[in-house]
Design a protein. Structure first.
Length: 300
């Protein structure tokens, strides 16, 4: 089995010896993938390198590998594991040393990490910026996404928003709940939030219907999933991969300094994808200054 395993120094050699004398090396484990799919991991590891003050050891995981063998190659105390393959390795060692997982829509499960789920703070700030008349947010969720909804309730209050969280267990319940929502007389100040939830934001069954009804009724929809703006949501969150790398370093350092129960944090900084056709349909017009802050706009 071929392993690609090498070290990167984070600063010039003249500074590196000073840093390395004070900090233990950090291992980053991530999938070996071909271009253009490797761009995401390049951006994350660049952010890790910019934030860390220690030597970085990289282990790239091929498509077929043995998680136990990969775990044995890790000699450092601190580990950042990326993607599904990285998670397989993290499961081998997380009880023994500080490990954090990233580049996945994880939820609290015993292993610490940063989820691809956007921090509600970011989403609500963008909502206020793009649809300032909205006073109420409705979100359907399941136990899979409940952890971020609990956090969102408190953050909504600080922004003068009322968060209506509706818990469902399956797609049938979700469909009925959305039907009841659209049956209301006035949703002019209500926005629908599509979380990273495989049921309440199911791409095949739920999302097409929600976007069609929202268009017909001129209702704001925003999403935690990047491609939903392209499909017709007013805006959606796009991970800022370099800042995700930085956030992962801070979390693993925090856990290393003071061992804590496992913690999963939402993604603190995201970029914005905006559907300008939807915006115009809803009566919004964004000036060039505001539009310059959008990472992506649709239609192309």
């Amino acid at each position: 089995m071929k392993w690609i395993h090498h070290a990167r120094l984070l600063t010039s050699l003249s500074l590196a010896s000073c840093f390395f004398s004070q900090a233990e090396p950090l291992t980053v484990v991530y999938p070996e993938v071909k271009a253009p799919y490797d761009k995401i991991f390049q951006q994350i590891t660049r952010g890790i390198a910019e934030e860390a003050k220690e030597e970085i050891l990289e282990i790239k995981l091929p498509d077929k590998f043995n998680p136990g063998d990969a775990a044995e190659k890790i000699t450092t105390e601190k580990v950042i594991a990326l993607g599904k393959r990285g998670l397989q390795v993290a499961r081998q060692i997380y009880k023994e040393k500080p490990v954090v997982v990233g580049a996945l829509p994880i939820r609290p499960n015993g292993i610490s990490g940063v989820s691809l789920t956007a921090d509600p703070d970011e989403l609500f700030d963008y909502l206020h910026e793009l649809a300032p008349e909205i006073t109420k947010v409705t979100v359907l969720y399941t136990p899979a996404s409940a952890w971020v909804i609990d956090d969102a309730r408190e953050k909504a209050k600080t922004r003068g928003l009322s968060l209506n969280g509706i818990k469902v267990e399956n797609i049938r319940e979700a469909v009925k709940a959305y039907d009841r929502l659209f049956a209301r007389e006035d949703l002019s100040q209500t926005a629908i939030w599509l979380p990273l939830d495989p049921i309440t934001a199911n791409d095949k069954i739920i999302v097409p219907v929600i976007l069609e009804k929202a268009w017909s009724n001129k209702i704001v929809v925003f999403s935690s999933k990047p491609n939903h703006a392209k499909r017709g949501a007013l805006f959606s969150a796009i991970p800022n991969n370099e800042l995700l790398g930085r956030q992962l370093v801070r979390l693993v350092e925090e856990i290393s300094a003071q061992p804590l129960p496992s913690v999963v944090k939402p993604l603190k900084t995201v970029k914005l994808a905006v559907n300008l056709r939807t915006a115009a349909h809803l009566g919004y017009e964004y000036g060039s200054g505001k539009r310059s802050g959008f990472a992506l706009t649709f239609p192309k």
